[in-house]
Design a protein around this ligand. Structure first.
Ligand code: 6GU
Length: 289
């Protein structure tokens, strides 16, 4: 069944590792992650999983995604997956049983595919009530071999899914989406790029915004002057130490200006603190002038 969905969404199942994967030392194996996604709208995943990094990660064998249509696990003739809420009120609530049946069938290995390897992967429910997804959570999840993502829909999900099936509940921000599907894609993207070998240059991960708790500073590429706007001279100086310090200060400046609340958690050197103090003094002078 998972295969059917994947094929209908044009080949989303994992492919055998490409030739580069056999350069891994004997006895170890390449890092990879598998997502089981439970959704009423598997067709929402086609495009994003078939482009760019997520496509390449699947081709390399670093990522596999199995889409499971919850509707197929509804036991009644009409495959009902939602009902009006007990106690009245508006909207519809996602029924517990089809979700339980789908997750249990797939994770217990009674479903063809990735069974046996890890019988108790995290089962993450995606709803606006979850804890806020972050780079830190992405890093934790990137250490898993397998993750189940359950996409909430409609006005809600039967509470028993939350209490007795999910091991965690995530939200991607303080706004309301029509369902957890886009949030699941956000999680898959953020986690997959942290799987070793997925990004070409490991430095890119180390220097990411949010990794050391700061926003990234500005970047420039050719040409040196575009419509009269010049690249900062220091980037052309060839002085690597000066460039590194400038980048650090621009990251600090940007974080100070846009997300000052991040500075409390950031990893800062004494030199960073000195620079921030200068920014603070400048800001205070600016305000009193
Ligand atoms: Cl995970 N689901 C929905 N429906 N809305 C959201 C969300 C999730 N995260 C932010 N908004």
């Amino acid at each position: 069944m998972a295969e059917d969905v994947a094929e209908n969404t044009a080949g989303l199942m994992s492919k055998p590792p490409a030739s580069g994967a056999d350069r891994v030392p004997f006895g170890s194996r390449p890092a990879s992650i598998h997502f089981d996604v439970f959704t009423l709208f598997p067709e929402m995943f086609g495009g994003p999983l078939q482009a760019s990094m997520l496509k390449r990660a699947q081709e390399m064998g670093s990522l596999s995604v199995a889409l499971h249509d919850i509707r197929e696990y509804a036991n009644d003739k009409h495959h009902v997956t939602d009902e009006p809420p007990y106690g009245g009120g508006g909207g519809m609530v996602m029924k517990a049983e089809p979700v339980f049946c789908a997750v249990e069938a797939v994770l217990s290995g009674s479903e063809p595919g990735q069974d046996g390897e890890d019988s108790e992967p995290p089962v993450i429910l995606l709803t606006p009530q979850g804890r806020l997804f972050s780079q830190e959570i992405a890093r934790e999840l990137a250490g898993q071999r397998r993750i189940a993502l359950v996409c909430g829909r409609y006005e809600g999900v039967d509470e028993r899914v939350r209490q007795h099936l999910a091991t965690d509940e995530l939200s991607i921000g303080d706004y309301v989406l029509t369902g957890g599907e886009l949030a699941a894609l956000v999680v898959i993207d953020a986690v997959t790029r942290l799987v070793p070998g997925v990004l070409g240059a490991p430095r890119a991960v180390v220097e990411d915004s949010h990794v050391d708790g700061l926003l990234e500073g500005p970047h420039y590429t050719r040409p040196r002057a575009f419509r009269g706007w010049e690249v900062p001279d220091i980037l052309l100086s060839g002085d690597h130490g000066a460039v590194a310090r400038w980048r650090r200060e621009e990251a600090l400046r940007r974080t100070f200006e846009r997300r000052p609340e991040l500075l409390g958690q950031a990893r800062l050197t004494p030199q960073d603190r000195e620079f921030l103090l200068r920014l603070l003094e400048e800001a205070q002078r600016g305000r009193s002038a």
